[in-house]
Design a protein around this ligand. Sequence first.
Ligand code: SF4
Length: 342
Amino acid sequence: MFTGEAYTKDAALRLLASEGEDLLRLYQRADEVRKEKMGDEVFIRGIIEFSNICARNCHYCGIRAGNKGVSRYAMDADEILETAYSMVGTEKTTVVLQSGETPAFTDEELGEIIRRIKGETGLSVTLSVGSRPLETYRYWHDCGMDRYLLRFETSDPELFRRLRPGSTLEERLRCLYDLKAAGVQTGSGFMIGLPGETLQVLADNILLCRTLDLDMIGIGPFIPHPDTPLGDEKNAYDDNREMFFKAIAVLRIFNPDAHIPATTAFDAVFPDEGRNRVLKVGGNIFMPNNTPLKYRKDYLLYPGKPCITESAEVCTQCAVMRIQAMGRKIGTGPGHSIKKRT
Ligand code: SF4
């Protein structure tokens, strides 16, 4: 935070309104906080989108159940393990297993996959498979799961209810508290510019991340997918896309010791430079796509998603080059949360 200021909503709103010299100062301060707390290392985590099957119908999501144009798939356990094995010895020290919210696997099957990846590859394991009961989180943690990503998407309960039919913000937050209670490093985050979002909501989103005391925070711009109910909507900051980077900078200042990834959606809006700009204003994680090429075109949460035709090796090398060209170092070791939990 700028010297002497409190982490209040007013302060967040004022920082989000920065322009000109103030904006440069905001970006500079965010980068300083990142350097002071997280250092110059950028950790690379490989995402495996192992199934695009989902029972939910989130209004913004390209793989929602109601989108009949999607060709559905679920990788089997052997293919997931083989893909995880391909990361061993590379710059990627974490496997992020991501899928839609319908269990394509039983808890036990997924537990066995976690156990084998941890035991056989030594890679860290992050899961992102939606809202689950506390017992399931505990069980997967016992199997070796290190981290879990579960974005709350918006802190506005009414907007949440409208955009994620059949679920509530309250339930989502309960899952996040359950994850923490289970001893899992917990990641969450939100979309920037959902239709109906105001600056007040954006500030509340940032404050909620701080209240939740998260280990990781992933945020990215809302990009309308034509085959969804929000297909004809615009991002709330379409006329002021700098807001996407301001949000990252304020997020970093309000959450100094959380990992903040440069999410792929930034490159969809700002081709070839979006993720670099995130790393310059607070980001410290890069998550290249490691899904086998044949599935990538079927995991389009939003249109224009980059890295659909590049191999995992090409995506990783691209990430390494981008990070090093910025004078940053590739993270070594597991890249766990730096927060001390008692
Ligand atoms: S956002 Fe997640 S839960 Fe919602 S439809 Fe998409 S994959 Fe399913």
